[in-house]
Design a protein around this ligand. Sequence first.
Ligand SMILES: *Cc1c(COP(=O)(O)O)cnc(C)c1O
Length: 380
Amino acid sequence: MAISEIRMIPYTKPSITPLEVEFATDAAANGWGEHCYDYIIRFEEAFKAHLGVKYAIATSSCTGALHMGMHALGIGPGDEVIMADTNWIATAAPIVHLGATPVFVDILPDSWCLDPEQVEAAITPKTKAIVAVHLYGNLCDMDALLTIGERHGIPVIEDAAEAVGSVYHGKRAGSMGRFGAFSFHGTKTITTGEGGMFVTNDPDLYEQVLTLSNHGRARGQSKQFWPDMVGFKYKMSNIQAAIGCAQMQRINELVNRKREILQSYKEEFENLGIAHQGFNPESHGCLIGAWMATVVMDTPSENSTLSEALQARLRIKGIDARPFFAPLSSTPPFRGIANEYKHCKWAYSIPPVAINLPCSHEITQSDIHYVSAAVKETLL
Ligand SMILES: *Cc1c(COP(=O)(O)O)cnc(C)c1O
Protein backbone atom coordinates (compact mmCIF):
# COMPACT_ATOMS: atom_id res chain seq x y z
CA MET A 1 0.00 0.00 0.00
CA ALA A 2 1.29 3.46 -0.84
CA ILE A 3 1.87 5.74 2.12
CA SER A 4 -0.81 8.09 0.81
CA GLU A 5 -3.42 5.33 1.22
CA ILE A 6 -2.62 4.68 4.86
CA ARG A 7 -4.73 6.52 7.44
CA MET A 8 -2.37 9.13 8.87
CA ILE A 9 -2.60 10.17 12.50
CA PRO A 10 -2.25 13.96 12.09
CA TYR A 11 0.26 15.89 14.19
CA THR A 12 -2.35 18.59 14.84
CA LYS A 13 -5.83 19.43 13.61
CA PRO A 14 -8.31 21.95 14.98
CA SER A 15 -11.33 20.86 17.00
CA ILE A 16 -14.37 22.14 15.13
CA THR A 17 -17.86 21.40 16.46
CA PRO A 18 -21.38 22.46 15.39
CA LEU A 19 -20.89 25.57 17.58
CA GLU A 20 -18.07 26.93 15.36
CA VAL A 21 -20.12 26.10 12.24
CA GLU A 22 -23.19 27.85 13.69
CA PHE A 23 -21.23 31.03 14.56
CA ALA A 24 -19.42 31.13 11.21
CA THR A 25 -22.69 30.57 9.36
CA ASP A 26 -24.32 33.42 11.26
CA ALA A 27 -21.37 35.72 10.48
CA ALA A 28 -21.52 34.77 6.79
CA ALA A 29 -25.27 35.33 6.63
CA ASN A 30 -25.70 38.36 8.86
CA GLY A 31 -22.33 39.83 9.80
CA TRP A 32 -22.24 42.64 7.28
CA GLY A 33 -22.96 46.36 7.18
CA GLU A 34 -23.57 47.65 10.69
CA HIS A 35 -22.80 44.14 12.09
CA CYS A 36 -19.46 43.70 10.32
CA TYR A 37 -17.45 44.11 13.54
CA ASP A 38 -19.76 42.29 15.99
CA TYR A 39 -17.84 39.01 16.24
CA ILE A 40 -14.48 40.80 16.11
CA ILE A 41 -15.37 42.92 19.13
CA ARG A 42 -16.82 39.92 20.94
CA PHE A 43 -13.72 37.83 20.24
CA GLU A 44 -11.39 40.58 21.48
CA GLU A 45 -13.49 41.01 24.65
CA ALA A 46 -13.50 37.27 25.35
CA PHE A 47 -9.76 36.99 24.79
CA LYS A 48 -9.03 40.00 27.01
CA ALA A 49 -11.13 38.54 29.82
CA HIS A 50 -9.45 35.16 29.49
CA LEU A 51 -5.96 36.63 29.55
CA GLY A 52 -6.55 39.35 32.14
CA VAL A 53 -5.22 42.22 30.00
CA LYS A 54 -6.60 45.66 29.25
CA TYR A 55 -6.35 45.76 25.45
CA ALA A 56 -6.56 43.29 22.58
CA ILE A 57 -6.58 43.72 18.80
CA ALA A 58 -7.54 40.79 16.55
CA THR A 59 -5.11 40.47 13.64
CA SER A 60 -4.69 38.43 10.49
CA SER A 61 -1.79 36.50 12.05
CA CYS A 62 0.63 36.37 14.96
CA THR A 63 3.38 37.46 12.56
CA GLY A 64 1.35 40.61 11.75
CA ALA A 65 0.74 41.31 15.46
CA LEU A 66 4.50 41.04 16.11
CA HIS A 67 5.30 43.23 13.10
CA MET A 68 2.97 46.05 14.21
CA GLY A 69 4.00 45.85 17.87
CA MET A 70 7.69 45.97 17.03
CA HIS A 71 7.10 48.84 14.62
CA ALA A 72 5.21 50.74 17.35
CA LEU A 73 8.14 50.21 19.73
CA GLY A 74 10.28 52.04 17.19
CA ILE A 75 12.42 49.07 16.16
CA GLY A 76 14.15 49.90 12.89
CA PRO A 77 17.36 49.84 10.85
CA GLY A 78 20.50 49.29 12.90
CA ASP A 79 18.64 47.94 15.94
CA GLU A 80 19.09 44.53 17.49
CA VAL A 81 16.41 42.26 18.93
CA ILE A 82 17.43 39.34 21.13
CA MET A 83 15.60 36.02 20.72
CA ALA A 84 16.24 32.30 21.06
CA ASP A 85 18.00 30.51 18.20
CA THR A 86 15.41 27.74 18.62
CA ASN A 87 12.35 29.26 16.98
CA TRP A 88 9.91 29.34 14.15
CA ILE A 89 10.95 31.96 11.57
CA ALA A 90 7.71 33.93 12.18
CA THR A 91 9.33 35.54 15.23
CA ALA A 92 12.41 36.66 13.30
CA ALA A 93 10.77 37.76 10.03
CA PRO A 94 9.18 40.99 11.38
CA ILE A 95 12.53 42.02 12.88
CA VAL A 96 14.15 41.60 9.45
CA HIS A 97 11.27 43.40 7.69
CA LEU A 98 11.82 46.40 9.99
CA GLY A 99 15.49 46.51 8.97
CA ALA A 100 16.71 45.35 12.38
CA THR A 101 18.86 42.32 13.19
CA PRO A 102 17.78 39.29 15.21
CA VAL A 103 20.46 38.27 17.69
CA PHE A 104 20.21 34.57 18.48
CA VAL A 105 21.06 33.22 21.91
CA ASP A 106 20.82 29.72 23.31
CA ILE A 107 17.93 28.02 25.06
CA LEU A 108 17.94 26.30 28.44
CA PRO A 109 18.19 22.50 28.23
CA ASP A 110 15.13 21.93 30.40
CA SER A 111 12.54 24.50 29.20
CA TRP A 112 13.86 24.86 25.59
CA CYS A 113 13.22 28.59 26.07
CA LEU A 114 15.55 31.64 26.24
CA ASP A 115 18.52 31.41 28.61
CA PRO A 116 18.32 34.67 30.63
CA GLU A 117 22.06 34.76 31.34
CA GLN A 118 22.84 34.64 27.64
CA VAL A 119 20.21 37.29 26.97
CA GLU A 120 21.91 39.68 29.36
CA ALA A 121 25.34 38.91 27.91
CA ALA A 122 24.05 39.72 24.39
CA ILE A 123 22.75 43.19 25.27
CA THR A 124 24.48 46.03 23.43
CA PRO A 125 23.62 49.73 23.05
CA LYS A 126 21.72 48.71 19.89
CA THR A 127 19.39 46.26 21.67
CA LYS A 128 15.79 47.45 21.34
CA ALA A 129 13.81 44.43 22.58
CA ILE A 130 13.93 40.88 23.92
CA VAL A 131 11.44 38.39 22.47
CA ALA A 132 10.39 35.67 24.89
CA VAL A 133 8.90 32.77 22.92
CA HIS A 134 7.05 30.23 25.06
CA LEU A 135 8.16 27.28 22.95
CA TYR A 136 5.64 24.44 22.52
CA GLY A 137 3.64 26.03 25.36
CA ASN A 138 6.56 25.72 27.81
CA LEU A 139 7.23 28.85 29.80
CA CYS A 140 10.17 31.25 29.64
CA ASP A 141 11.71 32.35 32.93
CA MET A 142 9.70 35.58 32.87
CA ASP A 143 10.85 36.84 36.28
CA ALA A 144 14.47 36.75 35.15
CA LEU A 145 13.75 38.21 31.71
CA LEU A 146 11.55 41.04 33.01
CA THR A 147 14.21 41.92 35.63
CA ILE A 148 16.89 42.06 32.92
CA GLY A 149 14.59 44.16 30.74
CA GLU A 150 13.95 46.62 33.55
CA ARG A 151 17.61 46.83 34.52
CA HIS A 152 18.58 47.78 30.96
CA GLY A 153 15.44 49.71 29.99
CA ILE A 154 14.62 47.20 27.24
CA PRO A 155 11.04 45.96 26.59
CA VAL A 156 10.29 42.25 26.78
CA ILE A 157 7.86 41.03 24.10
CA GLU A 158 6.03 37.72 24.53
CA ASP A 159 5.45 35.54 21.49
CA ALA A 160 2.75 33.35 23.00
CA ALA A 161 1.65 31.82 19.68
CA GLU A 162 2.13 28.34 21.13
CA ALA A 163 1.17 29.15 24.71
CA VAL A 164 -2.61 29.48 24.89
CA GLY A 165 -3.47 27.96 28.28
CA SER A 166 0.00 28.37 29.81
CA VAL A 167 0.13 30.10 33.20
CA TYR A 168 3.25 31.47 34.89
CA HIS A 169 2.79 31.90 38.65
CA GLY A 170 -0.83 32.98 38.26
CA LYS A 171 -0.28 35.10 35.14
CA ARG A 172 -1.19 33.92 31.69
CA ALA A 173 1.49 33.65 29.01
CA GLY A 174 1.30 36.73 26.81
CA SER A 175 0.03 39.03 29.58
CA MET A 176 3.37 39.85 31.24
CA GLY A 177 5.50 41.59 28.61
CA ARG A 178 5.17 45.07 27.05
CA PHE A 179 2.96 43.30 24.56
CA GLY A 180 2.02 39.73 23.70
CA ALA A 181 1.19 38.07 20.37
CA PHE A 182 -0.92 34.95 19.73
CA SER A 183 -1.58 32.76 16.71
CA PHE A 184 -4.83 31.09 15.70
CA HIS A 185 -3.37 29.28 12.71
CA GLY A 186 -5.03 25.94 12.03
CA THR A 187 -2.27 24.05 13.84
CA LYS A 188 -2.55 25.97 17.10
CA THR A 189 -4.55 25.16 20.26
CA ILE A 190 -7.43 27.46 19.30
CA THR A 191 -7.98 28.44 15.70
CA THR A 192 -9.69 30.89 13.36
CA GLY A 193 -8.11 29.32 10.25
CA GLU A 194 -5.52 32.06 10.01
CA GLY A 195 -5.46 34.76 12.65
CA GLY A 196 -3.75 36.30 15.62
CA MET A 197 -4.10 38.68 18.54
CA PHE A 198 -2.07 41.61 19.81
CA VAL A 199 -2.47 42.20 23.57
CA THR A 200 -1.05 44.82 25.94
CA ASN A 201 -1.73 46.73 29.14
CA ASP A 202 -0.06 49.88 27.77
CA PRO A 203 -2.72 52.40 26.58
CA ASP A 204 -0.33 54.35 24.32
CA LEU A 205 1.03 51.26 22.64
CA TYR A 206 -2.55 50.04 22.14
CA GLU A 207 -3.60 53.28 20.42
CA GLN A 208 -0.52 53.19 18.20
CA VAL A 209 -1.08 49.59 17.11
CA LEU A 210 -4.81 50.19 16.63
CA THR A 211 -3.96 53.04 14.25
CA LEU A 212 -1.26 50.99 12.51
CA SER A 213 -3.64 48.03 12.11
CA ASN A 214 -6.18 50.16 10.24
CA HIS A 215 -3.98 51.64 7.50
CA GLY A 216 -2.74 54.39 9.80
CA ARG A 217 -6.18 55.85 10.41
CA ALA A 218 -6.37 57.15 13.99
CA ARG A 219 -9.49 56.37 16.01
CA GLY A 220 -10.30 60.02 16.71
CA GLN A 221 -9.86 61.11 13.11
CA SER A 222 -13.18 62.47 11.84
CA LYS A 223 -12.17 62.86 8.19
CA GLN A 224 -12.88 59.81 6.07
CA PHE A 225 -10.30 57.97 3.95
CA TRP A 226 -7.71 60.05 5.79
CA PRO A 227 -4.57 58.25 6.96
CA ASP A 228 -2.49 59.86 9.71
CA MET A 229 0.50 57.67 8.91
CA VAL A 230 1.44 54.72 6.73
CA GLY A 231 0.15 51.67 8.55
CA PHE A 232 -0.48 48.00 7.89
CA LYS A 233 -3.46 45.94 6.84
CA TYR A 234 -3.37 43.06 9.31
CA LYS A 235 -7.01 42.83 10.34
CA MET A 236 -9.09 39.77 11.15
CA SER A 237 -12.38 39.23 9.33
CA ASN A 238 -15.70 38.94 11.18
CA ILE A 239 -16.18 35.39 9.88
CA GLN A 240 -12.83 34.28 11.31
CA ALA A 241 -13.65 36.02 14.58
CA ALA A 242 -16.97 34.12 14.74
CA ILE A 243 -15.04 30.84 14.74
CA GLY A 244 -12.75 32.37 17.39
CA CYS A 245 -15.76 33.22 19.60
CA ALA A 246 -16.90 29.60 19.51
CA GLN A 247 -13.37 28.42 20.32
CA MET A 248 -13.22 30.84 23.27
CA GLN A 249 -16.39 29.28 24.71
CA ARG A 250 -14.56 25.95 24.61
CA ILE A 251 -11.09 27.17 25.57
CA ASN A 252 -10.84 25.30 28.87
CA GLU A 253 -11.95 22.06 27.24
CA LEU A 254 -9.46 22.57 24.38
CA VAL A 255 -6.51 23.30 26.68
CA ASN A 256 -7.41 20.49 29.09
CA ARG A 257 -7.51 18.02 26.22
CA LYS A 258 -3.98 19.08 25.15
CA ARG A 259 -2.77 18.59 28.72
CA GLU A 260 -4.45 15.16 28.90
CA ILE A 261 -2.77 14.05 25.67
CA LEU A 262 0.66 15.04 26.99
CA GLN A 263 -0.04 13.19 30.25
CA SER A 264 -1.14 10.07 28.34
CA TYR A 265 2.08 10.04 26.32
CA LYS A 266 4.11 10.36 29.52
CA GLU A 267 2.28 7.40 31.02
CA GLU A 268 2.58 5.28 27.86
CA PHE A 269 6.32 5.95 27.63
CA GLU A 270 6.71 5.04 31.28
CA ASN A 271 4.66 1.84 30.98
CA LEU A 272 6.53 0.78 27.85
CA GLY A 273 9.88 1.59 29.46
CA ILE A 274 10.96 3.95 26.65
CA ALA A 275 14.19 5.69 27.64
CA HIS A 276 14.02 9.45 27.21
CA GLN A 277 15.25 12.64 28.80
CA GLY A 278 11.89 14.26 29.22
CA PHE A 279 8.69 15.67 27.82
CA ASN A 280 7.61 19.34 27.99
CA PRO A 281 8.48 20.40 31.54
CA GLU A 282 6.09 22.05 33.97
CA SER A 283 7.96 23.86 36.69
CA HIS A 284 6.67 24.55 40.18
CA GLY A 285 3.90 27.16 40.22
CA CYS A 286 3.38 26.97 36.45
CA LEU A 287 0.83 25.30 34.18
CA ILE A 288 1.63 24.56 30.57
CA GLY A 289 -0.93 24.62 27.76
CA ALA A 290 0.83 21.63 26.16
CA TRP A 291 0.31 22.72 22.57
CA MET A 292 2.75 20.01 21.48
CA ALA A 293 3.68 16.71 23.05
CA THR A 294 7.43 16.98 22.61
CA VAL A 295 9.91 14.40 23.80
CA VAL A 296 13.69 14.55 23.94
CA MET A 297 15.08 11.05 23.52
CA ASP A 298 18.27 9.71 25.04
CA THR A 299 21.82 10.05 23.68
CA PRO A 300 22.06 13.70 22.66
CA SER A 301 24.86 14.20 20.22
CA GLU A 302 25.22 16.79 17.53
CA ASN A 303 25.80 14.18 14.86
CA SER A 304 22.86 12.05 15.70
CA THR A 305 20.07 11.65 13.17
CA LEU A 306 17.77 9.83 15.56
CA SER A 307 14.92 12.29 15.09
CA GLU A 308 14.94 12.04 11.29
CA ALA A 309 15.08 8.26 11.35
CA LEU A 310 12.28 8.12 13.88
CA GLN A 311 10.05 10.41 11.81
CA ALA A 312 10.63 8.44 8.64
CA ARG A 313 9.84 5.11 10.30
CA LEU A 314 6.76 6.48 12.07
CA ARG A 315 5.49 7.85 8.76
CA ILE A 316 5.48 4.35 7.28
CA LYS A 317 3.23 3.34 10.17
CA GLY A 318 0.79 6.17 9.40
CA ILE A 319 2.05 8.50 12.11
CA ASP A 320 2.73 12.15 11.28
CA ALA A 321 5.38 13.17 13.84
CA ARG A 322 7.24 16.43 13.33
CA PRO A 323 10.78 17.69 13.93
CA PHE A 324 11.83 19.98 16.76
CA PHE A 325 12.64 23.47 15.37
CA ALA A 326 16.09 23.65 13.80
CA PRO A 327 18.21 26.54 15.07
CA LEU A 328 17.36 29.57 12.91
CA SER A 329 21.08 30.32 12.64
CA SER A 330 21.43 27.08 10.64
CA THR A 331 18.78 28.08 8.06
CA PRO A 332 19.59 29.82 4.75
CA PRO A 333 18.28 33.33 5.61
CA PHE A 334 20.43 33.59 8.73
CA ARG A 335 23.58 31.59 8.05
CA GLY A 336 25.51 34.73 7.20
CA ILE A 337 24.64 36.79 10.23
CA ALA A 338 24.64 33.91 12.65
CA ASN A 339 28.35 33.36 12.30
CA GLU A 340 28.85 36.60 14.17
CA TYR A 341 27.19 35.14 17.23
CA LYS A 342 28.13 32.47 19.65
CA HIS A 343 27.34 28.91 18.75
CA CYS A 344 24.24 27.84 20.64
CA LYS A 345 24.96 24.48 22.19
CA TRP A 346 21.46 23.34 23.17
CA ALA A 347 19.74 24.85 20.13
CA TYR A 348 21.97 22.56 18.03
CA SER A 349 22.11 19.44 20.19
CA ILE A 350 18.44 18.97 21.09
CA PRO A 351 16.67 18.87 17.66
CA PRO A 352 18.51 15.77 16.40
CA VAL A 353 17.13 13.76 19.32
CA ALA A 354 13.75 15.41 19.89
CA ILE A 355 10.41 14.85 18.21
CA ASN A 356 6.86 16.25 18.31
CA LEU A 357 4.27 13.51 18.61
CA PRO A 358 0.78 13.70 17.07
CA CYS A 359 -1.49 15.60 19.45
CA SER A 360 -4.66 16.77 17.73
CA HIS A 361 -7.56 17.20 20.17
CA GLU A 362 -9.34 14.21 18.67
CA ILE A 363 -6.51 11.69 18.97
CA THR A 364 -7.75 8.59 20.81
CA GLN A 365 -6.16 6.79 23.73
CA SER A 366 -5.57 3.77 21.51
CA ASP A 367 -3.81 5.98 18.93
CA ILE A 368 -1.59 7.40 21.68
CA HIS A 369 -0.74 3.84 22.67
CA TYR A 370 -0.14 2.90 19.02
CA VAL A 371 2.20 5.88 18.52
CA SER A 372 4.11 5.17 21.74
CA ALA A 373 4.49 1.48 20.89
CA ALA A 374 5.68 2.45 17.39
CA VAL A 375 8.33 4.73 18.91
CA LYS A 376 9.50 1.87 21.11
CA GLU A 377 9.62 -0.53 18.18
CA THR A 378 11.61 1.85 15.95
CA LEU A 379 14.13 2.45 18.71
CA LEU A 380 14.92 -1.26 19.03
C1 LIG B 1 2.80 29.76 14.72
C2 LIG B 1 3.82 30.69 15.29
C3 LIG B 1 3.93 32.02 14.88
C4 LIG B 1 3.21 32.56 13.68
O1 LIG B 1 1.87 32.57 13.76
P1 LIG B 1 1.05 33.02 12.45
O2 LIG B 1 -0.32 33.23 13.00
O3 LIG B 1 1.14 31.88 11.49
O4 LIG B 1 1.67 34.26 11.95
C5 LIG B 1 4.81 32.85 15.53
N1 LIG B 1 5.58 32.41 16.53
C6 LIG B 1 5.53 31.14 16.95
C7 LIG B 1 6.39 30.73 18.07
C8 LIG B 1 4.65 30.23 16.33
O5 LIG B 1 4.62 28.96 16.72
